[in-house]
Design a protein around this ligand. Structure first.
Ligand code: 5GP
Ligand code: MN
Length: 316
C-alpha cells in the first residue's frame, strides 16, 4: 500500500526536502510546516523550501525555519505537498527531481501523480487533512504547534469550514485540537477575517470593474500589474476576489484574470454545475470541480474573449 511505502521511505531517509506549490496559500504553507515539524520530531534533517509567502502566515510555528533555497542538495527524499502538477513546484522542480525518492501528498483532483509514491485523496477538502493520516502512521504526535499548522490549511482550503468537501473528520479533528487548547477562533480571525490595506484596495479595484454577462450567470473581473504596484499588493493579496464575485446571486461561474509577466493567470470558481477544472485543462491548468486555475498568453482583449467563450459553452 502506498501509505506503508511512504512510511518506510521516510523511515529510511536522513536528508529530506519539503516543497509545495508556488504562490503558496494557507494549505500549502500549513501542511508543509506541519510535516516539517513532524519530521523534526523524528530527528530527520529536513529543509522546507518556500521562496516567498504572505505575511499573514508569520504567526505559524516554525515559519522562521523556512528556507528560500537549498544548500543541501541533493536529498535522499523529496516530498511535495498540495501540488497536483510538478510544474507548480515553486521554481524548485530540480530539488524534487534530483532526490533519490519522490513522494507526493495531495488532494487535487486533476493530478499528474508525479511522485514515485502518490498519496492523493481528491475527496479531502485540504492537503492538511490528508496529511493527518500520514503523520499518524509515522507515529508523530500532533502537538499544539503541528495542530495549528494543519488547522490553518483546513480553514483556508474549506473557506472557513463551509465548502462541500468538508467531512465529519474535518470537524472531529478540529474538535480534538480545541480539546488540546488550540485557539481555533484566533487562527480563523488571522487567516480568514483580517484584511491588509493593500488587499482591500486591490479588491476595491477589481469590484469596481466587475462585469456581469449572460444574464448575470458569468461574472468577469481582472487586475493588472499596475494595480498591484499602485496598491503595494503582496503575492496573495488578490486572494478572495474571485470568490467574492462567485458569491453574487445568480452567478454560476466567476472569472478572474491577473496580469503576469507574460499574459494572464486565470482563476475560475463555479457554484452549481460547471466543472471548472475541465475548463482549466484547456489553459494548461487544473484544480478542483468548483475552483480551478490556468494561464493564457494573449493580449487582454483576446484572453478575455477566449475564456468567456469557453465558459459560455458550459452554461445551461
Ligand atoms: P486559484 O484560482 O486560487 O489560483 O486556484 C484554484 C485551484 O486551482 C487551486 O486548487 C489550485 O491548486 C488550482 N490551480 C490554480 N492554478 C493552477 C495551474 O496553473 N495548474 C493546476 N494544475 N492547478 C491550478
Ligand atoms: Mn490545498
Amino acid at each position: 500500500m502506498t501509505l506503508d511505502k511512504i512510511v518506510e521511505e521516510i523511515g529510511k531517509a536522513e536528508n529530506i526536502v519539503i516543497l509545495t506549490h508556488d504562490i503558496p496559500d494557507g494549505d500549502a504553507i500549513g501542511s508543509s510546516l506541519a510535516l516539517y515539524l513532524g519530521l523534526t520530531q523524528l530527528n530527520k534533517n529536513v529543509d522546507l523550501i518556500i521562496p516567498e509567502f504572505p505575511d499573514t502566515f508569520n504567526f505559524l510555528p516554525g515559519i522562521d525555519e523556512i528556507k528560500k533555497e537549498s544548500e543541501n542538495e541533493p536529498y535522499d527524499l523529496a516530498i511535495a505537498l498540495d501540488c497536483g502538477d510538478i510544474k507548480r513546484l515553486n521554481g524548485f522542480v530540480k530539488y524534487f527531481e534530483d532526490a533519490d525518492v519522490k513522494i507526493q501528498i495531495d488532494h487535487h483532483k486533476v493530478n499528474t501523480m508525479f511522485g514515485d509514491y502518490n498519496f492523493v485523496d481528491p475527496t479531502a477538502p485540504s492537503c492538511s487533512q490528508v496529511l493527518i493520516v500520514v503523520l499518524e502512521s509515522l507515529g508523530i504526535e500532533i502537538t499544539k504547534e503541528i495542530g495549528t499548522c494543519l488547522l490553518t490549511g483546513i480553514i483556508t482550503d474549506t473557506g472557513g469550514f463551509k465548502y462541500q468537501g468538508v467531512t465529519p473528520e474535518t470537524f472531529e479533528f478540529t474538535a480534538g485540537l480545541l480539546t488540546r487548547g488550540v485557539n481555533v477562533s484566533s487562527i480563523y480571525k488571522k487567516v480568514m477575517q483580517t484584511v491588509s490595506k493593500a488587499r482591500f484596495e486591490l479588491t476595491k479595484r477589481a469590484m469596481n470593474r466587475l462585469e456581469f454577462l449572460e444574464d448575470g450567470k458569468i461574472s468577469f473581473t481582472y487586475i493588472t500589474e499596475q494595480d498591484k504596484n499602485e496598491t503595494n499588493a503582496g503575492i496573495n493579496d488578490h486572494d478572495g476576489i474571485v470568490e467574492m464575485a462567485r458569491d453574487i446571486e445568480g452567478v454560476e461561474v466567476s472569472i478572474f484574470l491577473r496580469e503576469q509577466e507574460e499574459g494572464y493567470k486565470i482563476s475560475l470558481r463555479s457554484n452549481e454545475y460547471i466543472n471548472v477544472a475541465d475548463i482549466c485543462l484547456m489553459f494548461s491548468g487544473g484544480g478542483h470541480l468548483r475552483a480551478a486555475g490556468g494561464e493564457i498568453s494573449l493580449p487582454f482583449d483576446q484572453a478575455k474573449e477566449k475564456i468567456l467563450s469557453e465558459c459560455k459553452r458550459h452554461l445551461k
